[in-house]
Design a protein around this ligand. Structure first.
Ligand code: DGL
Length: 267
C-alpha cells in the first residue's frame, strides 16, 4: 500500500481524459495533474525540445512526492528516450504500449489506424510497437496538426464545421485503408470521438490512449502493491503553467466534472 499521489502530466488539458478514467477506476487515489498550458503545443516540437520539457514535467511531479507517473501525452510518450525514463525514480507509463496492446487485441482484420500529433507520428512509436506485437499488422498513421487547437477552442467557441472538415481530411486515408481499429494517439482526441465515429462508422473501434494508460497504471500499481488504502473519494490537485482562470471551463470539457481551481506553477 502507498498513499502518495499518482502524478499525471500533459502538454495541456487533454491529459485530463486520462485523469477522468483514473478517477472512474480508482476513486480513492490522490491525483496530482500538471498541464503545461504555457508551452502547448508539444506536437510541433523537435525531440530535443520535448526531452527538456519532459524533464521539467517529471521534476515538478516528483517535487510533489508522487509514487507513479502517467505520461498522458502521446507526443512525449512517443519521443521519450529509454534512458530518460530509467532515470525517473518511480514507475512510469506512457500511452503507447497500453494503446497499442488494446488495438492489437481489438483488431480482426489487422489494419490499424493511428491519428496523433506530427511529432508523435514522426517518431513511428506506434508502428514499431504494433509491429512488435504482430509483424503482419498494417498500420496507417496520419498526423493531425489542426485538431488540438480546434479541440481546445471548442470549449468556448463554435468550431464544429472546421472540426468536421479537418476530421474528414485526416480520416479519409484511414477509411480508405479499411482499418477496423483506430488509435486516438493524442489525449485530446476522445473529446471528438462521436464526430470520428460518425465519419468512420460504429464498426471501427476507437482506442482512447489516455484511458488505456490509466488502466495500465492501475494494473501495474496493483502488481507493485502501490495502490492506496484510502477510503474516501479524493479531490485531485491541478497545476497549470498559464491561464489558471481558464481552467474550470476547460476542465469540465475534458473531465466531465467541474473543479474550479488550478494553481499556477513555474516549472
Ligand atoms: N495532448 C498532446 C498529445 O497527446 C497533444 C497536444 C500537443 O500538441 O501538445 O500528444
Amino acid at each position: 500500500m502507498d498513499n502518495r499521489a499518482v502524478g499525471v502530466f500533459d502538454s495541456g488539458l487533454g491529459g485530463l481524459t486520462s485523469v477522468r478514467e483514473l478517477r472512474r477506476i480508482l476513486p480513492n487515489e490522490k491525483i496530482v495533474f500538471l498541464g503545461d498550458t504555457l508551452r502547448i503545443p508539444y506536437g510541433t516540437r523537435d525531440r530535443e525540445t520535448l526531452h527538456v520539457f519532459a524533464e521539467d514535467d517529471f521534476r515538478f511531479l516528483l517535487s510533489r512526492d508522487v509514487k507513479y507517473i502517467i505520461i498522458a501525452c502521446g507526443t512525449v510518450s512517443s519521443n521519450i528516450a529509454a534512458e530518460q525514463l530509467s532515470a525517473v525514480p518511480v514507475p512510469v507509463t506512457g500511452v503507447i504500449k497500453p494503446a497499442a496492446e488494446a488495438a492489437a487485441a481489438s483488431s480482426s482484420n489487422g489494419i490499424i489506424g493511428v491519428i496523433a500529433t506530427s511529432a508523435a507520428v514522426q517518431s513511428r512509436a506506434y508502428e514499431e510497437k504494433l509491429k512488435d506485437l504482430d509483424p503482419s499488422f498494417r498500420v496507417v498513421s496520419v498526423p493531425c496538426p489542426k485538431l488540438v487547437p480546434l479541440i481546445e477552442a471548442e470549449a468556448s467557441e463554435d468550431v464544429g464545421t472546421a472540426l468536421d472538415e479537418a476530421l474528414k481530411e485526416y480520416l479519409l486515408p484511414i477509411r480508405d485503408a479499411g482499418a477496423d481499429t483506430l488509435i486516438l494517439g493524442c489525449t485530446h482526441y476522445p473529446l471528438v470521438s462521436e464526430r470520428i465515429s460518425s465519419f468512420l462508422g460504429d464498426s471501427v473501434t476507437l482506442i482512447d490512449s489516455g484511458a488505456e494508460a490509466a488502466r495500465a497504471a492501475r494494473d501495474e500499481m496493483s502488481a507493485l502493491d502501490l495502490l492506496s488504502s484510502g477510503s474516501g473519494p479524493e479531490v485531485p490537485e491541478f497545476f497549470v503553467t498559464s491561464a489558471p482562470e481558464r481552467f474550470a471551463e476547460a476542465a469540465e470539457h475534458f473531465l466531465g466534472e467541474r473543479f474550479s481551481h488550478a494553481d499556477l506553477v513555474y516549472i
